[in-house]
Design a protein around this ligand. Structure first.
Ligand code: IVH
Length: 700
């Protein structure tokens, strides 16, 4: 991407992100999912990193939250309510650790890992042990006073426990040294000073589902997700509405210094003060411990009573954390390690029509590869013409793609505001892209079909033949899988096999992470084939393994690696007569081979295979090759230093022919030990007879 293109894209992304942020933070409305919005923000951050001069202070990447609603009193925060930098992978986590090392070359000693609950942040201020004020994050500097609504949440203590209770609790939870020190400060603060606690207000999945059930029963529109429903409830001007919503609260930060030395101690103190904290939270010695916990939580994610979108990892030691400071909008010492989102935005490179076994034409979006749900997605089905029209999708569009659990990736929506004007409308072809016959769309049907009975796309045998052992030998690509791939519109001709990606396989029945990896590796390995196997794989009528081998020997190439389109050119140079003259190839076979290499189907397929990166090995013609050119040999008897096959191979490699019976035209008979009748014939006809030693000299 050029700087100019990046600038245009950044401008469009900014506008779009700002638009959604306004909807989300100010109006509590959502047009695209959090994951899709994150994906746009991610793209923006990446572009700004790539072109640092394009990073402007007004970029959404530099900002937190949104403007407070006018209806609530504004509350300035004592210290800014920051946001977190996102990490999506082990690499991102390693980069975070690297950023820490830039400040602390020896790195941080220990991390605190806790769940990142998908709700919204609230600051709670206590004076003399009494909840005085609760405010939203707002833009990070100024929030909104939502005290009355927050008071309806039972998990939020309205008063903090008295010093005697604290003393008892503290004894159980803190070390002796800490206990004494913290006790002093705690006592002093609780009833004299201010304590500020921050945490997440959220709605449990169960509560959310119950609300939606009720709304459904009353014929009311359903809420989109727990997070928005919770946010909407807290920003109701009438606290009674908030009260009816049964919200929940988890504390994650103690802003006031009560003597804590680590993030873990903050959690201890928060619990002593009567707050609920994350029960899964743990201190991790190293980032690799963090990864282990992350994987464990990921498996529990579905079953948790509330939605989480990742984990928050902080440098545990408070002093180190403070010294690491703040970069832009986020503390350097903490990171949001997100779980793979099920949705992301990407662009459509092309829309390609596949023909399935039933002749159905399926438009498939070829995407700019994007990680979704842990794998890279590069294809998404668009199903049919009507679906394309419904989505209003064009080639070049930025789209939201969803890959939830084990379903095939889907284009969910288009982001028309990101268009540049260069997008192209998709037109369903009038002819089958495989056989070039006219296609039909029956009345009342959404599917366009190729009705040519002989269309190669419908000839599934061709696919199985292609992948089978004597051909491309793609281990693990059998009948059932090829059927499925054809049914979902991923494979209509053999070349499509090489476009299959891991993410295409995972949603399919019978596939898991490992089996998908295995098949992808097998496909990759099959990309290099010997010429004879390649010719056999094409499934040319009458060309079996042996004929394929004979044909392979005919194309002399100066290169040992050839592309399939070059193979086509080589065979097109053969006249029908020339093919018929090849020993071992009769009229019928020659005609079939000739017809194949002059067909439009072969031209398209071999070009497509070349584009897919197929490399064909043809045995290189060596310099000595011409030494026995045009000479015919007959072998008889047993050779000592080589097998029959090796001898044949050696003669052929030097341009000679091996024939089975002796005639006047035979140039040499190679006689080993115990020769047969061929030896006698040669003598009778006056053909030159050579022994093994002489033969070897000829080969030198
Ligand atoms: S720490 C310095 N811990 O995630 C940043 N945040 O992306 C303070 N969140 O605004 C945030 N669970 O709404 C922190 N255990 C947790 C969290 C958490 C959810 C939310 C919070 C924050 C956002 C940051």
């Amino acid at each position: 991407m050029t700087k100019q293109e990046a600038q245009e894209r950044i401008e469009k992304l900014k506008q779009e992100i700002n638009h959604h942020r306004y909807l989300y933070h100010v109006l509590d409305r959502q047009e695209i999912s959090d994951a899709a919005l994150d994906s746009l923000k991610n793209e923006l951050v990446k572009l700004e990193r790539q072109f640092p001069s394009l990073l402007m202070p007004d970029s959404p990447s530099q900002r937190v939250g949104g403007a407070p609603l006018d209806a609530f009193t504004k509350v300035p925060h004592r210290s800014p309510m920051l946001s977190l930098e996102d990490a999506f992978s082990q690499d991102d986590m390693a980069a975070w650790e690297e950023r820490i090392r830039k400040v602390y070359p020896r790195g941080a000693h220990g991390y605190f890992a806790e769940l990142k609950v998908d709700g919204f942040a609230i600051s709670l201020e206590y004076e003399n042990g009494v909840l005085k004020r609760a405010s939203t994050r707002g833009d990070g500097k100024v929030g909104e006073d939502v005290t009355e609504n927050i008071k309806t949440i039972e998990a939020v203590p309205l008063v903090l426990p008295d010093p005697a209770c604290i003393a008892k609790e503290a004894k159980n939870r803190l070390t002796i040294v800490q206990n004494e020190k913290i006790m002093k400060i705690l006592n002093a603060h609780i009833h004299t000073g201010n304590i500020e606690v921050r945490g997440e207000v959220f709605m449990a999945k169960r509560v959310f589902e119950a609300i939606n059930r009720e709304r459904k029963a009353h014929g009311e529109p359903l809420y989109a997700n727990p997070r928005n429903t919770a946010a909407g409830s807290i920003r109701q001007l009438d606290p009674k509405v908030a009260a009816s919503r049964k919200l929940d609260f988890l504390a994650y930060d103690l802003v006031t210094d009560l003597g804590q030395r680590t993030h873990a101690e903050k959690h201890d103190i928060l619990r002593i003060l009567g707050f609920r904290t994350d029960a899964y939270a743990r201190v991790c010695g190293t980032v690799s411990d963090v990864h282990a916990l992350y994987r464990d939580i990921e498996t529990k994610r579905e079953k948790l009573p509330y939605q989480i979108d990742g984990m928050v990892i902080s440098v545990n030691d408070s002093e180190t954390f403070a010294r690491l400071g703040v970069v832009g909008k986020a503390p350097r010492g903490a990171v949001a390690f997100k779980f793979p989102a099920e949705e992301a935005t990407t662009t459509i490179r092309d829309i390609v029509v596949q023909v399935g076994r039933t002749g159905a034409l399926t438009p498939v979006a070829h995407l700019e590869p994007v990680p979704i749900g842990g794998t890279i997605v590069s294809h998404a089905s668009l199903h049919n013409e009507d679906e394309i029209a419904r989505l209003g999708v064009k080639i070049g569009d930025t789209v939201v793609v969803k890959r939830a659990g084990d379903v095939i990736p889907k284009v969910v929506s288009v982001i028309p505001n990101l268009r540049t004007g260069k997008e192209k409308a998709f037109v369903m072809p009038k002819r089958c892209p495989v056989c070039n016959e006219e296609v039909v769309r029956l009345e009342g049907e959404v599917i366009v079909r190729c009705v040519n009975k002989k269309c190669p796309a419908k000839n599934k045998e061709a696919l199985y033949h292609f992948a089978a052992k004597p051909a491309f030998n793609i281990v693990g690509l059998g009948w059932k899988i090829l059927d499925t791939l054809s049914d979902v519109g991923l494979v209509s001709d053999p070349a499509d096999i090489f476009a299959i990606e891991k993410a295409d396989l995972i949603p399919l029945e019978r596939f898991a992470e490992k089996s998908a990896d295995k098949l992808i590796a097998a496909i990759e390995k099959a990309k290099t084939v010997p010429l004879a196997k390649f010719l056999y794989a094409l499934g040319i009528v009458h060309v079996g393994e042996e004929t394929a081998r004979l044909l392979a020997e005919q194309v002399k190439s100066q290169k040992s690696k050839v592309k399939s389109n070059e193979i086509l050119e080589m065979f097109q140079k053969f006249s029908l007569e020339a093919l018929q003259e090849i020993p071992g190839i009769g009229h019928v076979v020659a005609q079939s081979v000739y017809d194949y290499f002059h067909s439009a189907y072969a031209r398209r397929l071999l070009q497509k295979l070349a584009d897919a990166g197929i490399i064909i090995h043809s045995p290189k013609v060596k310099k000595t090759a011409q030494k026995l050119k045009g000479k015919s040999f007959v072998l008889t008897g047993e050779l000592e230093t080589m097998t029959r096959d090796e001898a044949k191979e050696a003669i052929r490699a030097r341009g000679g022919n091996v024939i089975s019976s002796v005639s006047k035209n035979t140039d040499y008979v190679v006689a080993g030990a115990h020769p047969g009748s061929k030896y006698d014939n040669a003598k009778k006809l006056g053909v030159t007879i050579v022994d093994e030693k002489e033969f070897r000299n000829m080969l030198k």
